[in-house]
Design a protein around this ligand. Structure first.
Ligand code: NAD
Ligand code: WQD
Length: 344
C-alpha cells in the first residue's frame, strides 16, 4: 500500500527528528524541509541509524514563498503537513522581536499559501506559553484566556488565530494545534536528542551539561514561589511521547458529530514537577550528584503550570506513557553519547 506523505518542516530539529522516527515506525513517508538554522545535517544519519531509512530532505528557508511554492508544486500527493519550523528562544525573542515575527510568521504563511488549494491536514507546534500564568490549574484548552507574555509566545498565539481563520474559511482543511508543555529527554537509542546551541537556557539541557562538566553549578531560579518547595512547577513531557502525539494527530478525524476543523490539544503529562523535584529525580535515576545553588527568580518566569490533558486522551486517543525517570535517564544517556560523538 502507498504510504501517506507527510511534509515535516523543521524536521531535523529536536521535536521534529523524534517525530520523523515515529512517523517512519508508523509507516508514513516523512519529507523533511529544514534550513539548518537550529539543527545539524548529521541528524539525518542519526535518524537512519535508528530506523534504517534515510528520509527525503530539502534544505531551504521556508520564509521564501517562491521556493516553498515550487517545492509544494512538485509534491502533488502530500497528505499532511507538520509545521515545526520556528525560532523558539523566549529571551532572544524579547531582545529581537522582529527576527521572531519575521521567521515564525513568514514560514507559516508561505506554507499556508503554497497549500491554499489543497485539501489536507496541518498539525501546528503551539505551546503552553500561550496561557501565560493561568488563573486555574490544571489549565484546559477551553476556559483559559490566552495571554502570551513574550514575542515568541505571541507568534504562537497569533499563529493559532491565523490557522483558525483559515480553517473557518476552508472546511476542507483540518488543522490541529498541539500545545506542548515542556518537552525533555531523548530517544531511547540515545542517537537523537536536543542539541542546544551555546549555553542552554532550558533546565534539562543545563542539568545534563552541568552533570557532565561542560557547565558549572545549576542555578535554581527562585525558591520563594508559592509552591510546595518554593521552586517553579512545570509539566515536563518526554519528547518521544510528544512525537507520538503527532502521529495521533494525523489519525484524528474530528470529534464524532462535531463539524469542527480547527482543534487545539494540550500535550503534557498532566503532572507538575518543581525544579527541585526534577533535580532530585535526575540524581536518583542516574546516580549522579548535581551541584546546584538557589538563585534569584528569572524575569518573566511563570510560577506554575501543568496541563489538563483529558481532551487529548479522549479525542486523540493519546496519553503520555513515560515518566520523569525515563525523561531524566534518556536525557543523560544522550548527553553521554554527545561526549563521544560529533554531530555535524
Ligand atoms: P528546534 O529549533 O530544535 O527545531 C526547529 C527546526 O526548524 C530547526 O531544525 C530549524 O533549523 C528549523 N527552522 C527554523 N526556521 C526555519 C525556516 N525559516 N525554514 C526552514 N527551517 C527552519 O525546535 P524544537 O524544540 O524542535 O521545536 C519545534 C517546534 O515546537 C517549534 O515551533 C517550537 O516553537 C515548538 N515548541 C517547542 C517547545 C520546546 O520547548 N522545545 C515547546 C513548545 C513548542
Ligand atoms: C523550566 C523551569 C525555570 C533553567 C520554556 C519556554 C516555553 C516553552 C518551554 C516553547 C523554570 C527553571 C531553568 C535554569 C532553573 N517553549 N530553571 N534554572 O521557561 O518553562 O519554558 O520552554 O514553547 O515557551 O518559555 O522552560 O526549561 O527554561 O525552565 O531553575 O538554569 O526551570 O525557572 O521554572 P520554561 P525552562
Amino acid at each position: 500500500m502507498k504510504k501517506a506523505k507527510v511534509l515535516v518542516t523543521g524536521g531535523l530539529g529536536y521535536i521534529g527528528s523524534h517525530t520523523v522516527v515515529e512517523l517512519l515506525k508508523a509507516n508514513y513517508q516523512p519529507i523533511i524541509v529544514d534550513n539548518l538554522s537550529n539543527s545539524k545535517l548529521g541528524m539525518l544519519k542519526q535518524i537512519e541509524a535508528i530506523t534504517g531509512v534515510k528520509p527525503d530532505f530539502y534544505n531551504f528557508d521556508l520564509c521564501d514563498e517562491k521556493l516553498v511554492a515550487e517545492f509544494v508544486a512538485g509534491e502533488k500527493d502530500l497528505d499532511s503537513v507538520i509545521h515545526f519550523a520556528a525560532y523558539k528562544a523566549v529571551g532572544e525573542s524579547v531582545a529581537e522581536p522582529l527576527k521572531y515575527y519575521r521567521n515564525n510568521f513568514n514560514s507559516l504563511l508561505s506554507v499556508l499559501k503554497a497549500l491554499e488549494e489543497r485539501q489536507l491536514k496541518l498539525v501546528f507546534s503551539s505551546s503552553c506559553t500561550v496561557y501565560g500564568q493561568p488563573d486555574s490549574l490544571p489549565v484546559n484548552e477551553f476556559e483559559a484566556v490566552k495571554q502570551a507574555e513574550s514575542p515568541y509566545g505571541n507568534t504562537k498565539q497569533v499563529a493559532e488565530e491565523i490557522l483558525q481563520d483559515i480553517a473557518r474559511a476552508d472546511k476542507s482543511k483540518k488543522v490541529i494545534s498541539l500545545r506542548y508543555f515542556n518537552p525533555v529527554g531523548a530517544h531511547e537509542s540515545a542517537l537523537i536528542g536536543e542539541l542546544p546551541l551555546g549555553i542552554p537556557q532550558n533546565l534539562v539541557p543545563f542539568v545534563t551539561q552541568s552533570a557532565i562538566g561542560i557547565r558549572g553549578p545549576i542555578t535554581v531560579f527562585g525558591d520563594d514561589y508559592n509552591t510546595r518547595d518554593g521552586s517553579c512547577i512545570r509539566d515536563y513531557i518526554h519528547v518521544v511521547d510528544l512525537a507520538m502525539a503527532h502521529v495521533a494527530a494525523l489519525k484524528f478525524e474530528g470529534k464524532d458529530g462535531a463539524n469542527q476543523n480547527f482543534n487545539t490539544f494540550n500535550v503534557g503529562t498532566g503532572k507538575g514537577y518543581t525544579v527541585l523535584e526534577l533535580i532530585k529525580a535526575f540524581e536518583k535515576t542516574t546516580g549522579v550528584n548535581l551541584n546546584y545553588k538557589i538563585g534569584a527568580r528569572r524575569a518573566g518566569d511563570i510560577e506554575q503550570i501543568w496541563g489538563d490533558v483529558t481532551k487529548a486522551q479522549k479525542e486523540l486517543n493519546w496519553e503520555a506513557q513515560l515518566g520523569i525517570d525515563e525523561m531524566m535517564k534518556s536525557a543523560w544517556a544522550w548527553e553521554q553519547y554527545l561526549q563521544n560523538h560529533q554531530i555535524d
